[in-house]
Each structure stands twice: as C-alpha cells, then as structure tokens.
Ligand binder design. Structure first.
Ligand code: PMP
Length: 429
C-alpha cells in the first residue's frame, strides 16, 4: 500500500511539507525536565514514548498549582476552591473538545485511558446493541486492550469476533476487510496507529466501508493523538479513545469521545455519585452526559494536567510536530536498516512514531538482551510483545525492540540508538 495523500482528519502521516514547519527542538527539550538526567552514567536518550511520554514543565506546574492552590472536589461545592477546581476541570473539557474537533462538549468523557474507554463502550453500548449472531471486527494488529474487551463481550452475548489480517510489511489487508464486512457486523474497532508496528491505518476508508453495512466504528487513538492532528468530526467515526499519558499529560487520565445518541443509547456504566439526578431507595434517575458516564470523584489533577498538555502540544503546531517526527522516522529507519544483523519489523508505507526491529537469528539475542545493553548506555527503549502478542506470533518472534518517538526527540537520539545497537551486537555476537 502506498502512502495516501495526507488526510485532513489525520495529519499523523507522511508527506507534510517540512519547509516553514521547523520546530525549535532544543527549546522544546528545555521544557522537559526528565530529559535532563543521566541514566547509568550516560545522558538519557528517551525513546520509549509509545509506552508513555515525558512531561513538560507546564503540565507539572498545572498539577502543582491544583494541589497547592485549589485542591478541592469538583461539581458539588459552593466554596471558592471547589468552584475554581470545577472551572479548571471544565476548561480542560473544552480544550479536549477543541483538540479533537468533537461536535459537543458533553460527548467528551473523562476515563482512565484507552483501556477503560474501550471497556466502557463494550459494557454499555456494546452490551445493549451486540447480540447473539452479531459480529465485531477488529484487526490482527490491535493492542490487547482492543481485543480482550470484545472477546469478553462476544463470549457473554454469543457474538463472534472477526479479525482483519495484515501482510508482512504490517499493512492491513483491505480486501480481506471488505470481505469480512456484512450486515452482521455491528462494530469495527481498530487502532488509528499500531503501537507495535507504527502502521497508520486508512481509518477514513475503514469508517466509510463499515458505515455502508450499518456498523459503528471505534478508533483507538492511543498512538495517533501524540503524533499530529486528529479531528473526529472529519473522520466520521462513532467513538474515539485516547490516553493522556502518551500525549504529554499525566498517567491515569484519558478521553472517550462518542456520538451523543450512541453514548445515551448505551446508558449508564458505573453507579455512584455525580452520575445521578435523584436517588431514592425506590428509584434512581440518571444525570445527562457527561456526568452519566463519570461516576465518582474524577482524576481532577489529571484532567487539569491533560488540558495543560494539549494546550502546550497545540501551541507547538501539530503539522510541524508531524513533519518533525516523519523526518526522524525516515532518518532512524535508514540508520537502523544499514546495520548488519538488524531486521526491521513493521515496514508499512504509512507509519508514525515507531521503529521496531529484531536481531538476526544467528546472533541469538532476545529483544530484552538488546534492551538491557541499550539501557546500560542510557538509552530507553521498550522490548517485548508490546501488548500485541498476535502481532509477534505472525512475525514468529518473541518480541521486538521498539524505539518510539516524541516531539522532543532529535537526530542525535537516533544516532545514539544506532551506535548503541551496533555496540550491543558487538557484545552479543
Ligand atoms: N491501544 C494502544 C494502541 C496502545 O498503544 C496502548 C498503550 N500502549 C493502549 C491501547 C492502552 O492504553 P492505556 O494503557 O493507557 O489504557
């Protein structure tokens, strides 16, 4: 598959003009305190952004300001601190809405992350609208959090989980996808960008084809949101989920966006405070969205931190971010491909953020051996199956070494990675 023209809805792809989109990476790096440390006596080279990103000072400050300045619970207090905290929380919701182009504020639900967002949809809308004989379609490249909730649901209701295959480059087989679609398909749930391989999926085409058979579409945006512009209205999907911690925000906070009518049709999920209108022992009536799906005290600091992170990220210029990371991806791919003994895993034409590889069999090294040798040189990468075991099974490897990019990475990081891998091969051979 050749890289499609950059879609307006998802500028995480290549082909973004680099002229006039230059970022001052040194200035960005200066804003990330965790970058400036030694690990194992060497300056940190952080290339594990697919797992989580390091945080800019403005995000850390937002957390500190909340805990030191207006630490109070939200929505229920008449006192000033509570009102300030509520205002900050609801401002963050507006920032989220604008960031992803959500039609309505109330459709933006705060959850713990992608995992919780997908489980929420499976157990609400899914449980009510997917039944015996129906089909849920996912891809073979999904993160476990976009597999297991659907397996659980299908087992419970007697539906069938179907899987879209991919080829040796890590590109989805769109012909197979089309063939799998039928009026039985109630939901297509796919990643926007694969965390294991970096493939950017043609989600616009997937959404259009799924809608043509009457299926709804959930997009797991965990690895797309950090790499550029995403607009859910332009995409036309039905649900979109992302985790804050991968986009420079704190851990434990994420967003589920869904079309109002679908979220309402799914009904409530957790029961408790904030999600009710009136409770008596005889009967409980429920709140409107977003409260309906946000039972209990939310992660207030995390939400405020997410707002600060998205504001910071936006101000960098999302097209510039995408262009910078595409440059790094091309540079890193070339450097690693030139190394004798390295086999790249995930070579789709349209990728974002991920450089995955294994060492040739004759070297006899497990990916975690490489990871440990890189760590000794201060280089942080992830090794293993990346919560995508079916992907590893298809490639016949126990795992890969994955370097994953963020906006604060630079070519020097990739030079260090390539030098580190050469050194590791020397030690392992
Ligand atoms: N989907 C993808 C594509 C991911 O990369 C991840 C995190 N590695 C998840 C889902 C799960 O995200 P979280 O653990 O933040 O819920």
């Amino acid at each position: 598959m050749s890289a499609p023209a950059p879609a307006t809805a998802t500028a995480v792809v290549a082909d973004v003009p680099t002229q006039a989109l230059t970022l001052d990476i040194d200035a960005i790096r200066a804003q990330i305190p965790a970058l400036h440390q030694q690990v194992n006596g060497r300056p940190l080279v952080y290339l594990d952004n697919g797992a989580t990103s390091l945080k800019p000072q403005v995000v850390i400050d937002a957390l500190l300001d909340y805990y030191t300045g207006c630490c109070a619970n939200v929505h229920r207090g008449v006192h000033s601190l509570s009102q300030r905290a509520t205002t900050l929380l609801e401002q963050a919701r507006v920032t989220v809405q604008q960031h992803i182009g959500a039609p309505e504020l109330a459709e933006c639900i705060f959850v713990r992350g992608v995992t919780e967002g997908i489980n929420l949809i499976a157990q609400t809308w899914g449980a009510r609208h997917i039944g015996a004989g129906d089909e849920v379609l996912i891809s073979a490249m999904e993160h476990h959090s976009n597999i297991v909730p659907w397996q659980v649901l299908c087992d419970r209701v007697g539906a069938t989980l179907k899987v879209i295959p991919f080829d040796e480059s890590g590109t989805l087989d769109m012909a197979a996808f089309t063939a799998l679609l039928s009026p039985k398909t109630k939901l297509v749930s796919v990643g926007h960008v694969s965390n294991a391989l970096g493939t950017v999926h043609p989600v616009e085409r997937i959404i259009a084809a799924a809608h043509a058979v009457g299926a709804k579409v959930l997009i797991d945006g965990a690895q797309a949101i950090p790499h550029g512009r995403v607009d859910v209205s332009e995409l036309g999907c039905d649900f979109y989920v992302f985790s804050g911690h991968k986009v420079y925000a704190p851990t434990g906070i994420g967003v589920l966006w869904g079309r109002r009518e679908l979220l309402e049709a799914g009904g409530h999920w957790h029961g408790g405070g904030d999600m009710i209108r009136r409770v008596t022992f005889e009967e409980t009536t429920y709140a409107e969205l977003p409260g309906l799906l946000e039972a209990g005290t939310p992660h207030i600091a995390g939400i405020i931190g997410l707002g600060a992170a998205l504001t910071w990220f936006n101000e960098l210029g999302l097209d510039a971010v995408a262009a910078h990371e595409q440059d790094l991806l091309a540079y890193g791919t070339q450097l690693l491909s030139e190394i004798d003994g390295v086999r790249m895993i995930g070579t789709a034409a349209n990728k974002a953020g991920v450089l995955g590889f294994v060492l040739d069999d004759h070297i006899g090294a497990h990916p975690s051996d490489v990871g440990m040798l890189l760590d000794q040189q201060g280089i942080a990468v992830r090794t293993g199956h990346h919560c995508a075991e079916p992907v590893m099974d298809q490639f016949g490897v126990p795992g890969t070494v994955r370097a994953s990019l963020a906006v604060y990475n630079n070519r020097a990081d990739l030079d260090a990675l390539a030098a580190g891998v050469r050194k590791a091969i020397g030690m392992l051979s």
